[in-house]
Design a protein around this ligand. Structure first.
Ligand code: FAD
Ligand code: SF4
Length: 474
């Protein structure tokens, strides 16, 4: 008889929605062993084909069944440097779990029968983190004096590339524009999804391996790429995509309308989540409206609701999205969690105009109801407005979370760096080298799916090319 999937423990919604503590508690050893034992150890393991970096999933799960947790962790680390992070944030329902042979075919997302690969990855990753003796260490330098690489940006792409190079014995300096390290993992994804000690641990490990970090340093302002190339043998650009898109509708300049990036940065990076220990540098309203349906929108909504509760307000946070539930691009788990926590969803809705009071503060959002038409270029059915369906939603704080574009500070002042029409840096897909010799790029700045694991995959490819190049130059 087929065994039931092992459920993951979570903090109850009424409790967790009043704080920023981690929601998912992870598998115990006994639970991980039971879940790993469900894996069929397929001859042709489809799961790995669904992983953007091709982790040997079958082997790491087998190692868990053998109680070789350190081995499981190092199997994952061969392809993915940060299993504790990816085990918490990867959209596995579109990736490895969807490809798992146990998932029902023809479904849009993985079905519950699929092995909980991401939770097992988290279990193995956390084991590695809590037993540092099992961690890989840096190798001897190829040539410490001559080989130095500069990395711009400390998000997943930057820190993954730094780790790969440091392990090959190359001296690395990471320049970060913000005062804290980690990119979106720090300022975007809230601590209830990714506790900060995990990110801190990975960064500390890199420091121990000899990686230098220079925060508050904007390449393109404090130093140019040309100047870096005089000092370093190669440069890796992991600049990310932090420029928000706006709706472009009337009233969008009213007070208390935030971009999701600004809102989340204020909450996560500027410590609003520590309320009342830290004074909250973000306005909280009685009726908070989040526009969008991706991970960013879910994070903003769940933060908003938590802050309402922590500030003694009745929680009233609504997500407005222009398509239906099945098209919501966010991770399924985040959508479920958001609903359990009391976030309301108004679907098939198109914002038309923000309405304000005499002092210039937003008060309402006028919307139109939509229905779904034919699929558009993205393959998703297009929302079509229903004439005469207008209605108003109360809204004293709005957060616009409809997409992010490439960071431009560096690319704008580096004319030799080829970018496409979206401002994304153009690279050779195999080597990740840009139009400037010895300058490589990866992560959101080159486009793609916009996931942590994909950013890391690109960074790994770039690091491999850099290492090959530097070795050949010896
Ligand atoms: P980033 O993480 O954006 O890091 C880029 C870094 O470069 C930043 O720290 C920036 O300050 C720095 N920088 C930029 N320009 C310069 C410069 N000129 N000089 C110095 N430093 C510079 N993905 C998932 O897989 N799962 C999720 O659950 C998920 N949730 C998300 C939630 C939110 C709110 C957001 C915004 C994104 C989410 N994503 C998720 C997407 C994922 O976080 C990104 O794909 C990933 O962070 C990209 O990594 P990166 O290193 O390319 O860029
Ligand atoms: Fe195990 Fe599923 Fe991979 Fe088969 S496809 S090896 S069952 S995780």
């Amino acid at each position: 008889m087929r065994k039931e999937p092992v459920k993951i423990k979570e903090v109850e919604a009424p409790v967790r929605s009043g704080n920023f503590e981690e929601v998912i508690l992870g598998y115990s050893e006994e639970e991980a062993l039971r879940e790993a034992a469900r894996c069929l150890q397929c001859k042709n393991p489809l799961c790995s084909s669904g992983c953007p970096v091709g982790i040997d999933i079958k082997t790491f799960i087998h190692k868990i069944t053998q109680k070789d947790y350190a081995g499981a962790c190092s199997t994952i680390r061969q392809k993915n440097n940060f299993p504790s992070i990816c085990g918490r944030v990867c959209p596995a329902e579109y990736q490895c779990r969807k490809a798992c042979v146990l998932t029902k075919r023809g479904e849009r997302f993985a079905t519950p029968e699929a092995i909980n690969i991401h939770f097992l990855e988290r279990f193995a990753g956390d084991y590695g983190m809590n037993n540092p003796a099992n961690r890989q260490s840096g190798a001897k330098c190829i040539d410490a004096k001559a080989k130095k690489v500069a990395i711009v940006g400390s998000g997943p792409a930057g820190i993954c590339c730094a780790g790969e190079l440091a392990r090959a014995g190359i001296k690395v300096v990471v320049y970060e524009g913000l005062h804290k390290l980690g990119g979106v993992l720090r300022y975007g994804i809230p601590p209830f999804r990714l506790p900060r000690n995990i990110l801190d641990y990975e960064i500390e490990s890199l420091k121990k391996m000899g990686v230098d970090f220079v925060p508050n340093f904007i390449v393109g302002r404090n130093k140019s790429v040309d100047e870096l190339l005089k000092e370093f043998s190669a440069v890796f650009l992991g600049l990310g995509a932090g420029i928000p898109s706006f709706l472009g509708i009337k009233g969008e300049n009213l007070c208390n309308i935030y971009s999701a990036n600004e809102f989340l940065t204020r909450v996560n990076l500027m410590s609003a989540y520590k309320f009342p220990k830290a004074h909250t540098p973000v306005n909280i309203g009685k009726s908070m409206v989040i526009i969008g349906g991706g991970n960013t929108a879910m994070d903003a909504a769940r933060c908003a609701l938590r802050l309402q509760k922590m500030n003694g307000l009745n929680p009233d946070t609504t997500v407005l999205y222009r398509r239906s539930e099945v098209e919501l691009p966010a991770r399924r788990l985040e959508i479920e969690h958001a609903k359990e926590e009391g976030i309301k969803f108004k679907l098939l809705v198109k914002p038309e105009e923000f309405l304000g009071d005499e002092k210039g503060f937003v008060r309402k959002l006028r919307c139109l109801q939509c229905e779904l038409g034919e699929p558009d270029a993205s393959g998703r059915r297009k929302p079509i407005e229903i004439p005469g369906s207008g209605f108003e939603v109360d809204c004293d704080i709005a957060v616009v979370a409809i997409g992010l574009n490439a960071n431009e500070i560096l690319t704008k002042v580096t004319p030799a760096l080829k970018v496409d029409k979206y401002g994304d840096v153009v690279v050779d897909e195999n080597t990740m080298e840009t139009s400037i010799k010895n300058v490589f790029a990866g992560g959101d700045i080159v486009g793609g799916e916009g996931t942590v694991i994909e950013a890391m995959g690109m960074a790994k490819r770039a690091a491999k090319s850099i290492i090959e190049k530097l070795c050949n130059q010896r």
